[in-house]
Structure formats: C-alpha cells, structure tokens
Design a binder for this molecule. Sequence first.
Ligand code: HAM
Length: 427
Amino acid sequence: MSKIKFQRPKGTNDFLKEDFYFFDIIFNTFKRIVEFYNFSRIETPILEDANLFLKGVGRVTDICDKEMYCLKTKGGDILALRPEGTSPVCRAYLENGLKEWPQPVRLWYFGPFFRYERPQAGRYRQFWQGGVEIINGEDPGLEIEILQIFFNFLKELKIKNTIVEINSIGCSSCQGKYKKVLNRYLKSYEKEICENCKLRRKENILRVLDCKEEKCQSIIKNAAQIIDFLCPECKSHFTAFLEMLDHLNYPYSFNPFLVRGLDYYTRTIFEIFEERKESEGGQEKKMALISGGRYDNLIHTLGGEKTPAVGAAFGLERLLEILKREKLFLPKEEKISVFLVLLGNVAKIKILKLMEELYREKIKFFSGMGKDSLKAQLKLADKLKVDYCLIIGQKEALEGKVLIRKMKEGSQILVKMEKVIEELKKR
Ligand code: HAM
C-alpha cells in the first residue's frame, strides 16, 4: 500500500461537503444581518506590512510576540499573514480616504486569519473570522448596535447557553493610574505569581488579569478593579452603555477583570461566551464566540487623526462546531432527478452532449461517467433515489436513441435522442 506523503499543517482544517452546509448558513446569516444594518463590505489583503500589527495590536502581545506568521519578500519587506482584521480595516479607512464617506463608517468583513497558537479545541492556526467595525463614532449606542447585531446573529443560528461579559478599561489616562496600583499590588506577590505573569507584570501588566493559572487567579481576585479608576468621561460613557444594555434583555455579566489580548482597546470591551458542561456533573467550560470593543486611539496610532471606533468579530469554526454538535440545522439531501447511464465510447460522447442540454434546461442530473459496469451505475442511481435513468448503450448510441427508465416501476421506453428533454419535461 502506498503511504501518504503530506498532511495539512498543524492547527489547520480541510472543509468538506457537510462543513460547507454549516459554513454557508453562518456566512449567509451574518451577511444578511450586517447588510440589513447598512454595513458595507470590505476585504483587505491577507498579507500586510508586519509593522501594522506591531503598532496596532501591540508589540508586547501574544499575537505579535509569538503568533505572527511573517515572511520576508524578495524586495526585503517584512509581511505578515494577518492575525486579525481591525488594524487592516483601519489602515484601509485611512488609505482609501473613507473619512470622506458619511460618518460613522460601518464596515464588515469575512475571511481567513492566521495565528501560530498552540492548537487545542476551538483554537486553530488558520481560522475564519467575520467582523464589523464602526469607525468615527463615540456614542456608546454604537457598542449596543454591535451587540444587537451579534445577539440577532446567535439567535438566528439557534445558539443558546451564551453570556456576554463586559467591562470598561478606560482611556490611557485611566489605565496609567490603574497600572501603577496594580503593579504595586502584584509586586508584593512576585514570588507567588506564575513565570508568565512575572514577565507580563513588567511588559503588559493588564494581561496578568487574564491568567488562567489558579494561583494567579486567587491573587487577581483581590486586586483593585480598573472600573474604580475611570475618569469622569469614561465613567459616564460606561454608565450610558450599561443603561442601554439593560434594555436589550440579553443576559450579561460585568467582569471587572475582563481584558483583551490586543492593546488597541479603550473603554468598553465585551466577549460573548458559550457556557457548557462537557459531561454530566463535569466542569463548566467557556469558549469565546464573539469578541470586541472600543478602540478610540487605533487610527491615531496608525497615523490618522483621533478617530473613535468600535467593533467585534466572531470565529467561524467555533460556531460551526456548535451547529454540528447540537444538530441545529439538518442538511437536506438535494433531489437529483436524472441519472445518466452509459456504456462504451460512442455513448460517452452522446452523454456529454446530453449533459449540456440538461444543464441548459436546469434538470439536475448525476452522470455515471467514470464507472464502467452497468450494474455499478444502476446501483448508484438506486442509492441516489433518482426518478429516471437515461441509458445509452452501444446499440442506443448507434441508433441515436435513449432508453428512459422509470426507476420506481422499472418500466422503460426508447425515445429518439432529440426528444429526450421534451419527454422528461412531459413527466
Ligand atoms: P479576538 O478575540 O482575537 O479579537 O478574535 C475574535 C474571535 O475570533 C474570538 O472570539 C474567537 O471566536 C475567534 N478566534 C480567535 N482566535 C482563534 C483561533 N486561534 N482559532 C479559532 N478561532 C479564533 C479580534 O481579532 C478583534 N480584531 C475583534 C475586534 C473587531 N475588535 C474590534 N473589532
């Protein structure tokens, strides 16, 4: 037996027939909703200047520090396979003069993204994201608009057991004050926190709040909360957001230690998780399905004027896994009316011509081309539950005729080749 020489790269997926049934449901639902909300589509390149992400997402983030796929072009440029979509959309906003469009600009995108992560359940190295961004708007109602879009999205995908976690991480001035206090607190636990957090404390201290290690969690639990350090403007933004969120009637929980793995966020951040137990009595697991928030400084960081903005993105594979697992949509077998049975070379040419005609008339067929024996072809026709077989053997081919066999009854008639379509339509 021959041995397969290649495997797909670790952390990537092949999407096959059934996957695309769910893939299309997710994509079409998302597209329908965002277009209803008047978002316009944008597709940015898969390759971008690596510096875009170093500046936008932040040099000292896992995404840029460890997970970016970079390559050097022959011209010497360093490009990166995009790890996320917000920075490229902001780059495009500036580069294409979208400031001239009616503001705020509402954009949506969908495509593959790449992160060199440790593969695990729901975590891939190539994954698909769909996202929305509202650029140049400061109103907290815009956060609500985005949440409303994603609540509708999850509802239409029939996904239950979800919860939104929200927090505000303020502006750079609130963060400056908070980071100092947090640093003092964590320093007193320097010996107890994990090695990773020791580094994070020095390089990107807010990320400590996101540590999953139990010993760090118990220390973080008693740390000061950023919410108590918000300046009056950030506080009133968050209060207004909460008041509006209460009207949406969607379960949410305030998580004072929620932070995000990307440095560009300011003020409101949120994540929608699926909560479920793997087994009866098992531990509750949380998987982030949709994540986002406000990023009021990003465009300025990329060279534009100060332009407040907000957005969010979902991970397609995670939703696809839920749709499959929960059997929320059942693939329908598409009805094929006609099976083409052929025997011999002359028949092959006649069948190819017939295929053209059937296509033109939009009569769905399945051809037996590639299968030699009559028995194998009829067996497949049976399996596909077709209504009719059109059989062209050596004899029929030479006489320019086709045998139409009604599968249910096993009855058959011989008709002239040019009358086949007419005969099928009659039935
Ligand atoms: P993110 O949290 O890094 O945010 O990713 C958004 C979503 O993509 C996650 O909630 C998750 O569902 C999915 N995702 C992330 N990484 C993976 C992975 N390795 N494998 C499978 N799915 C994954 C962003 O990327 C921001 N750009 C979102 C945003 C848009 N913020 C504002 N606008």
